[in-house]
Write a new protein. Structure first.
Length: 177
């Protein structure tokens, strides 16, 4: 992961600037994208490791295959977003709203999903190893062939989820099932 000094962080002037730079294949790791409206944007393959997307609007955005390792998406709006195949190890999603989002084959190891609202989300074949989801709302979400080994679903709402189709033993302390 590339570390930027304060003055070296990429400056993003606008939504259009970000999309153009993503399509050009530019590494935007560490970029400050807080609160940016990226609803419906095509950010497939974006290189945003360590970027701050806190409170960003990513509703229905396409982030297929994006590198979001150690990024911040806390309190973001991710409803209906395509996050398939993202690399998001150690990423913070805390408090995000991700209803109907697609996380198929996503690398979510050791990520923070504390307080996330992700009803009807698709986590098929995602790697949730040691992810923290305490207090999350995952009602009716799909975990088919997902790795949930050591994931922490403490105090989470898992009603309507069939974890028998997932792999591994999670911590389900006080989870609603």
């Amino acid at each position: 992961m590339r570390n930027y000094h304060q003055s070296e962080k990429p400056h993003i002037a606008s939504r259009e600037d970000l999309i153009a730079r993503v399509h050009a294949g530019e590494d935007l790791g560490g970029a400050d994208l807080r609160g940016l409206d990226l609803a419906g944007a095509d950010l497939a393959g974006a290189r945003l490791a360590g970027a701050n997307l806190s409170r960003a609007n990513l509703k229905t955005a396409n982030l297929d295959g994006a590198n979001l390792r150690r990024a911040r998406l806390d309190w973001g709006l991710l409803q209906g977003a395509n996050l398939s195949g993202i690399q998001a190890e150690f990423t913070v999603f805390g408090g995000a709203i991700a209803d109907g989002a697609i996380f198929q084959k996503a690398d979510l190891r050791r990520s923070n999903f504390v307080g996330v609202h992700a009803n009807r989300a698709d986590f098929s074949e995602a790697d949730f190893y040691y992810a923290r989801t305490s207090g999350g709302d995952f009602r009716d979400s799909i975990f088919r062939n997902a790795n949930i080994q050591r994931a922490i679903f403490r105090n989470s709402d898992l009603r309507g989820c069939d974890l028998s189709v997932a792999r591994g033993e999670p911590n389900l302390d006080r989870a609603k099932r």
